[in-house]
Write a protein that binds this ligand. Structure first.
Ligand code: ADE
Length: 245
């Protein structure tokens, strides 16, 4: 999987991409991240990449030519690459979209800065993505989030076991609570059922707790989670016992 990044701040990527799992995935050639400085595609002695907004208003707008030139340079050798603009106005990144993107062989991620990019950049991109309903100082951290979320789905990146079907959002629910040793810590015990060795009972408990956690924290996810009749029964019981129904 190849990621080409168009940014004014390539140094922001070095440390996150060198460390830990992502660094190893790069070394192993499972992913490749190429950094392109937008300034290199700007013209003139000062290689200016931003300018005042037409019509007035605060802040600076990123000029269209350097970004579009950068895209064209990348596309000249990679016509199949999918071009994505990172912006808070984009389509919200969820695990479902991460899965879809992970099937692409080549993504170009454009990182905006300042108050935004000239609208004409939008005309040449395939997709716009936001990582959440908040505004960052630029698209760089958002692009790193996209790279990280996709990389862990690529076979081999997480080791032999790979990403789990039990991960939060993998099945549309938050993940169930997890414990490791010690059995008791500061008077707080690991639930008995997890020590029982009864795999079926453990599976049922985990499903119930995943449903409970999702209902308590992210009830908006439940309608899209494709719940079975059994799941609905568990949920009804959880609601009844908590006194909300
Ligand atoms: N750039 C600034 N804020 C952003 C966000 N929330 N998602 C993607 N890119 C951004």
């Amino acid at each position: 999987m190849i990621f080409d990044i168009l940014t004014l701040f390539p140094e922001m990527f070095r440390s996150p991409l060198e460390g830990s799992i992502i660094g190893k995935a790069c070394e192993a050639g499972l992913i490749q991240v190429n950094l392109f400085n937008i300034r290199d595609y700007a013209e003139g002695k000062h290689r200016v990449t931003d300018d005042y907004p037409y019509g007035g208003g605060k802040g600076m707008i990123m000029k269209p030519e350097p970004i579009i030139r950068g895209i064209e340079v990348i596309q000249a050798d990679n016509p199949e690459a999918r071009v994505i603009l990172m912006t808070p106005q984009g389509y919200l990144l969820r695990q479902e979209l991460v899965k879809k993107l992970a099937q692409q062989p080549h993504l170009v991620l454009i990182c905006g800065r300042y108050e935004g990019v000239d609208e004409r950049v939008r005309d040449v991109v395939d997709e716009e993505i936001s990582i959440g309903d908040y505004v960052l100082t630029g698209g760089e951290l958002a692009a790193l989030v996209v790279i990280d979320a996709i990389a862990r789905l690529i076979p081999g990146v997480l080791g032999d076991e790979g990403a789990s079907e039990d991960d939060s959002f993998a099945q549309g629910l938050l993940e169930y609570p997890q414990y490791t040793r010690p059995r008791e810590f500061a008077g707080r015990k690991v639930p008995e059922i997890l020590l029982s060795g009864d795999h079926l009972a453990i599976e049922q408990w985990r499903k119930q707790e995943a449903l409970r956690r999702t209902w308590e924290r992210r009830s908006d996810l439940l309608s899209q989670a494709g719940l079975s009749e059994g799941d609905h029964r568990i949920l009804d019981e959880l609601k009844r016992s908590s006194g909300t129904e």
